[in-house]
Design a protein around this ligand. Structure first.
Ligand SMILES: *[C@@H]1O[C@H](CO)[C@@H](O)[C@H](O)[C@H]1NC(C)=O
Ligand SMILES: *[C@@H]1O[C@H](CO)[C@@H](O)[C@H](O)[C@H]1NC(C)=O
Ligand SMILES: *[C@@H]1O[C@H](CO)[C@@H](O)[C@H](O)[C@H]1NC(C)=O
Length: 444
């Protein structure tokens, strides 16, 4: 057998062996349908959505908008303003009794308590939790008697087919929507979430016609059954608009998260040339831990966001990727992905109370600025670093980029050993056969 076949078999076999520890499961679901016509808006909360059950570690959550036939819908037709996945516990006997189980921070109240949430960038933003980590959910010990864990999906989508001003509709400019601003809004509120609420209508070009159609969020969850080898991660979401009441310089998280406004405006810049709007806020992490994953969320106009640690060291820099074409996942002018950070597991430690700075940059070069933009930063943090690799194999770990399991290294080394033996054996066989053939020749 060709030695490469041995190697292939070994890779498959080691995958199967590894599977016992990390048996990655995957399921794809459709959200309940929502119907959109030109200019219309749906911002709905779907409770009790399809989701894997049991005590599991979530490994990724990816989503996109599709139509009834399962076709991907481009952002210039249906703009996915955001989707949010939240966890809650519901009473089995009383369908009105439920409690949201928030992530580990930072914002207070009902704000930003989700486990996952993205917007237009969803198709090209990695969401994987690297091994040996997972988002632990469904732990029976944490679910009160008579309750069960469920999941809620909030989907906010805007149909921009035939609208008079596509960017204006996606930025929820109040003047384009048929809303009557309620008194709670500032008189200078020009645009944002409060103007594109559920069942509002963005202005469409005179005479434009297109069918109303049913759309769905198609989402794929990957997970593993929970076991003691998996290390749990905590989820923190920082918001650049969080000015809170926390005293700058105080090392506690107290008072932080009271000021999360989620969205903000970028004022236009009248200067000639390129203008950048820089927004910063001081934040702290309430716990000490290792950064596992980081990603920012920005809207059109965003040019990057960075979380800085002490002494200005970069914890994570996340930049938007803009589309350049027409097809789903690459729509010109839209943010179709955000870059993510996966520090070497265990290498990047943040301390509770350490002064962090969140920075969110937008281009303000256009003439009207932007309304309702966001500057969120999503961070997964683990209490524990992964177990150290066996010292003998330490060198090989770096060869495998550190992101792989050390098990892989052992298995690969074993594999190489077996391949070496196999190659040796086949050479020996070949030699022997040649020798035998030689004898034949002589004897003939
Ligand atoms: C809750 O249960 C009652 C009685 O079974 C039912 O009439 C009602 O529609 C339910 N409400 C929701 C929100 O499911
Ligand atoms: C806005 O338009 C939609 C769609 O025509 C309509 O259902 C809704 O009632 C309107 N809202 C207001 C406040 O006029
Ligand atoms: C934001 O802009 C400032 C000023 O131009 C620059 O120093 C900083 O590096 C930028 N940060 C990001 C994340 O782009």
């Amino acid at each position: 057998m060709d030695p490469r076949c041995y190697l292939l078999l070994l890779v498959i076999a080691s995958g199967a062996v590894l599977g016992n520890g990390y048996n990655l499961k995957s399921a794809t679901f459709l959200s309940p349908g929502f119907v959109l016509g030109p200019g219309s808006v749906e911002n709905r909360f779907y409770t009790s959505i399809d989701f894997p059950t049991g005590h599991i570690g979530i490994k990724s959550f990816d989503a996109e908008v599709v139509d009834e036939a399962g076709n991907s819908i481009p952002l210039h037709e249906t703009y996915l303003h955001h989707w949010v996945l939240a966890r809650y516990q519901a009473s089995k006997s009383n369908n009105r009794s439920h409690t949201v189980v928030r992530n580990s921070g930072i914002c207070q109240g009902d704000t930003l308590g989700q486990y996952y949430g993205l917007g237009s960038e969803t198709r090209k933003t990695p969401t994987q939790v690297p091994d040996p980590y997972g988002i632990e959910v469904g732990n029976p010990a944490e679910i009160p008697q008579g309750y069960e864990e469920k999941w809620l999906l909030n989907i906010h989508a805007i149909d921009t087919r035939g609208v008079v001003d596509r960017l204006g509709c996606t930025e929820c400019l109040c003047e384009l929507y048929n809303v009557t601003k309620d008194e709670s809004l500032r008189s200078d509120y020009k645009g944002g979430l409060h103007c594109c609420v559920d069942h509002t209508q963005c202005r469409v070009k005179e005479g434009f016609q297109a069918v109303r159609r049913s759309l769905y969020l198609r989402y794929t969850v990957k997970w593993v059954d929970w076991d003691s080898e998996i290390l749990p991660v905590k989820i923190f979401i920082f918001d650049v608009t969080d000015t809170g009441e926390r005293q700058v310089g105080s090392s506690t998280a107290e008072g932080q998260g009271n000021g999360c406004k989620v969205e903000y405006d970028v004022e236009p810049c009248n200067a000639h040339g390129w203008c950048v709007d820089v927004k910063r806020t001081n934040v702290v992490l309430p716990t000490t831990g290792y950064v596992v994953y980081g990603v920012a969320h920005q809207h059109t106009g965003g040019i990057g966001s960075t979380l800085y640690g002490k002494d200005g060291q970069v914890v994570c820099n996340s930049v938007p990727m803009y589309g350049t074409g027409d097809e789903p996942g690459n729509e010109a002018g839209y943010i179709v992905g955000m870059s993510t950070c996966y520090p070497e597991p265990g290498s990047l430690k943040l301390t509770a109370g350490e002064e962090l700075v969140l920075e969110s940059n937008y281009s303000s070069t256009n003439t009207r600025g932007h309304t309702g933009v966001m500057g969120l930063f999503y961070l997964m943090v683990a209490d524990q670093a992964p177990p150290p690799p066996i010292s003998l194999l330490h060198h090989s770990v770096s060869v495998f980029d550190g992101s792989s399991e050390w098990t892989w290294t052992i298995l690969s080394l074993l594999g190489l050993a077996v391949v070496a033996v196999a190659v040796g054996f086949s050479i020996w066989l070949k030699k022997r056969r040649e020798t035998e053939d030689g004898y034949h020749v002589i004897m003939a």
